[in-house]
Design a protein around this ligand. Structure first.
Ligand code: C5P
Length: 313
């Protein structure tokens, strides 16, 4: 009888890789409604996530015989301590699967492209990429549902990059249904100087909504988005419940939003801000507006596009 693992004499047993490079892409929310508070202190959401081409590149290298993580980034103000979600993803796997991990040492080099504190999910995408990379490098054998549960422990936006494309999210944003992909659409991202704290933004929403309100039907909302994508009318339905709350407190964000709208672009705040997304009808329109753009409040501009593939690749 052959042993469980039989390799013909000419073949070497496969050696697990010790390094891996992944891209982790940003997201925008084309729609975000807050449906009320939950007993666990979070809020229920109805949101439309869209992966975009803007992506960080992460290079993971196992460091045998070491037990630390070392983060290194091209971005000078990149937070490289235990608060970083890459660090937390590494720590979570070590705590959860100690007997399966022979050597914890890890070096991670991050080519940081996705702006931070912008509502573009860059930290979440980096965390999701770390789970995917370490599952592979440490040969943990975790299936997609297990990865998704671990991702949610790291943050409400971490599960989305594991699937990417176009998805309708409910619950904390982690109950995801993939929708037909939005055909490639060029987007202008405008980054005002103000950053936004997600926890503060939810606090402002709570203060403005002291009484529970009737929730819309989630099935109907998801259906509305599916139909709007199919018919190409989805830019008419852009909406974010945080937008007015944030714009009334941050004049720079309001000024940038108004400037985009004055150019005739369907415009929406993404996540809890501070980036604004302008939806362009074509690449030519996007480049023409980008080239003629005169900053109104010290904002940065990025031209990108929707992405239909997975968020980590
Ligand atoms: O899940 P995450 O760590 O990204 O959330 C950051 C903060 O945003 C939470 O501490 C919570 O205050 C708020 N939040 C919420 N409801 C959600 C997502 C986030 O209240 N669905």
């Amino acid at each position: 009888m052959l042993p469980d693992c039989y390799y013909p004499s000419a073949m070497e047993p496969p050696t697990p890789p010790t390094a891996l490079r992944l891209r982790a892409c940003a997201k925008v929310n084309f729609y975000l409604r807050i449906l009320g508070t939950r007993p666990d202190g979070y809020h229920n959401l109805a949101t439309l996530f869209q992966a975009i081409e803007l992506a960080d590149t992460l290079e993971f290298t196992l460091e045998k015989g070491r037990d630390q993580i070392h983060l290194w980034s091209t971005q000078p103000d990149f937070p490289d301590g235990p608060g970083n979600l890459i660090h937390q993803a590494w720590r979570l796997l070590l705590d959860r699967y100690p007997s399966r991990i022979a050597s914890p040492g890890l070096r991670c080099r991050i080519d940081k492209v996705i702006p931070m504190q912008a509502g573009l999910g860059g930290g979440s995408a980096d965390a999701a990429a770390t789970l995917v990379a370490l599952n592979h490098l440490w040969q943990l054998g975790l299936a997609q549902p297990e990865l998704r549960d671990l991702a949610l422990e790291l943050g409400s936006d971490v599960p989305f990059p594991l699937i990417g494309g176009t998805a309708f999210g409910t619950g904390r944003g982690e109950a995801l249904s993939s929708l037909s992909p939005i055909p490639t659409t060029h987007l202008l991202l405008l980054l005002p100087p103000s950053g936004c704290s997600t926890a503060a933004a939810f606090g402002w929403w709570d203060a403005a909504h002291p009484q529970p309100e009737e929730s819309p039907s989630l099935t109907e909302l998801q259906q509305l988005w599916s139909t709007a994508i199919e018919q190409g009318t989805w830019p008419q339905f852009l909406h974010n419940d945080f937008e007015d709350l944030i714009c009334s407190r941050h004049p720079d964000i309001a000024a940038v939003r108004d400037a985009l709208r004055n150019r005739g672009l369907p415009t929406v705040l993404t996540g809890s801000g501070s980036a604004l997304v302008g939806v362009c009808a074509s690449y030519d329109e996007a480049t023409a507006i980008a080239q003629a753009w005169v900053p109104v409040a010290g904002e940065r501009l990025i031209l990108t596009a929707t992405r239909s593939g997975p968020g980590i690749w």
